[in-house]
Write a protein of this length. Sequence first.
Lengths: 609, 344
Amino acid sequence: MKKMQVLQTVTIRFAGDSGDGMQLVGDQFTVAVALAGNNLLTLPDYPSEIRAPAGTLFGVSGFQIQFSSGSVHTPGDALDVLVAMNPAALQVNLKQMKSNGIIIVNTDAFNERNLERAQYGSNPLKDNSLDGYQVLQVPITSLNREALKESSLSLKAKNRSQNFFALGIAYWMFNCSPDNTLKWIESKFESKPDLIDANKKALHAGYDYALSAKDFSTCYKVKKADKKPGKYRNITGNKAVALGLITAARKAGKKLFLGSYPITPASDILHDLSKYCNFDAITFQAEDEIAGIGSALGASYAGALGVTTTSGPGMVLKSEFFGFAVMAELPVVIIDVQRSGPSTGMPTKTEQADLLQALYGRSGEAPVPVIAAASSTDCFKATFEACRIALEFATPVILLSDEYIANGAEPWLIPNLKEIPEIEVKYATNPENYQPYERDPETLARMMALPGTPGLEHRIGGLEKEDVSGNVSYDPENHDRMVRLRDKKVRVIADYVDDPEICGEPEGDLLVISWGSTYGSVFTAMEEIQNRGLKVSWYHLRWIHPLPQNLGEYIKNFNKVLIPEINLGQLIKIIRSEYLVDAKGFNSVRGLPLRVSDIIKAIEAQLEG
Amino acid sequence: MAGESNRTKHMQLAPDDFTSGQEPRWCPGCGNYSILAQMKKVLPELGIPKERFVFVSGIGCSGRFSYYIDTYGVHCIHGRAPAFATGIKLVAPHLKVFVITGDGDCLSIGGNHFIHLCRRNVDVTIILFNNHVYALTKGQYSPTSGRGKVTKSSPYGVIGNPFNSVRLALAAGASFVARTIDKFPEHLAEILKRAAEHKGTSFVEVYQNCNIFSNGDYLRLMDPGKRGDNLLFLKHKEPYIFGKNSDKALDWTGDDFKVVNISGRKKQKELITHDECAGHPAMEFMLASLSEDQSMPTPVGVFRDIKNDTYEDMLKKQIDSVEKKKGKGNLEQLFNSGNTWVVE
């Protein structure tokens, strides 16, 4: 007799070789739990090799999802369930397991060769090293072959569908309907009926196996989450950026131009927009990172919304053009999907270590507004806002995302297009007395004239400009004035964006300040801390330059300040110098999101210390 | 700044209409003055409204060009003008875009952008001022400096081989490739005009004398006593005749050019003729290489002028065909695509 147990929150990870189709399984499982009405957040975790040697530790590809009937803001610190398709997947992920967690293993893959490749001295399924976990041993490969014995596919092709067998098991275990995946298989393999048949059979076989097998005694139910009414879909950060860009261009009545060079983990934005060329979106795969931003600036100069997307190493290459954009006062949006550095670093792992580069990585005094997205869905809003500021202020804007939110997905409340405001951009058209560096007295934005406008022919460039006229100038007083004007122009933006709201009381023992993708981890940690009634409040930055106007006041009202970051302390340098406060950092640079439990410990340590 | 009268009567523009308020600050005697003068002469002849011209320049003496001509102008960063120009053309194909560059700007720091501009055949006219030297940084050798050239950064002579920019542009796929000389205003104007009228990437190398750092580099092509034997003016469909008395010609041996004396000997129609529109640029390659051989004449004029699809035309065609198939993008629909669910 099978039992059903209701759970509030579950964290599951599918892991196998990078060619095992674990990302696909994860995507399908995500949609299934989303359709079941749960809150969720996902973390794909894959090697940068496309097909790493089979069975190796570095070739393990994982997909983690936390889903819940309550709120979810992280992909989960520790695993309730691990699906391990081979010994390497078990070896790599075991340390993340909760005690007494469920491990589903493909026993067929636990042969001598794979055990050796996974650096196991003895078979963990036989040496009692997994005592303390609920291990469910399933010969997935052979059961799947058996299920497909009538298929005309080659053995190799049959084995390729065993990820669907594993997915079937997970669907039974968590009471999910396989219907949507069955539909997906049909549309995905439209012209290949034998693949449709095999994959569907594999999915059913896995589901039926779990339903009937004795050791699968319990299935679990996660109830529908209580969510804001509306229509939802799942969205990754990169997809949200692409939609944000198209939306901003449309709301500004402009063509979108993306000049970009392929780089992990930003390339998906280029891929998406390339598909959407019927949305007035031109994508240009440039010859290098420099030409990516160069062409985007050329497009902006000619009246489009120019955008470039990249990651840390590409930011470095583009930085001379950032300076040019500051001097020429041209709008451009630069999207840095951060990854672990320095140099090539860990291209498929996350980090927040490009902040200082974004703020300062240019020659001369070259202030650039910097905004950071907080989550996958927030990438949409943050992108829209970055575009709005770039266009309205005629300035480059840097948007910081990172690998974690770029590839991670969560349910997105689909916005009502009509409620999104228009972006108004004005250009000079009157040929009388046009002065290229005359400014709007309030925003300090210079008045651009687009090439092709009769009578407004003028020159711009990287040489210092004379105030108002825009002519080349080496005058000392003029340079000092222009340096200050460019600085002020960015600071003024603070008047045109919303200050973040403090979460918690406006005064207390400890203020936690965070930025970017740590939002989810800090949110979850703060839920627990505030539930305990501790006098801890939280402030999450959106614009990092200019800093919000209300932050200084808050900082004064707390005894201590703690700044958690996935770097060695970059925002903390800004906060300390800007507000003269003895802020403390919590820093963990593992290529992964911060662990909620670590943040809680760091908060506790501050309160004790 | 142009007044109302100029705008409405753009067909009657004069060279002076393109004089900007900024006084050129090139050294007296610099070859750039000649290029500027001829450009101002050519622009009114193109039948394009003044406001549609955009000059994008790089860094170096040539880079200042965009300040001295009253059109839309962008003084870009070192070597990157082709990238900026490409962005302009892809969103505003109605603009006539020039890239002004030098040998260091185009072939050293900007080499990658240059070859990709040519490869894509973006409709941009690129004028390379080749003076064999980094002049604005006060005299270092450049990627076109010949072996042995003594400069501040090569006090014992340049080692390594120079780029042949015409050959490079041909190899990269430019659909119009020409060479001219600053000291020959008529030829310069003719070539600039043809390049500007070409659709696709047009490349012009201008041999430009730097009278401060590489004065006399082109002397064998300029000196009235010598140039007749050293210069070959390319003419479409005509034989390669040169010489003070037009008594010499290039002939083809089967694997190389040789100089033959044609005074009374060989009939002109037996000589091979120049073809700007040849499908394969092999012969143009050989011609371009002659400038490296002191015993041979240096060809100037149009090496290549072929019709080829421009990048922006292909881009438009592709977008049109996608729009035809999928319709104009509906953002509402895009928001709601994929698996959606409703929370009541």
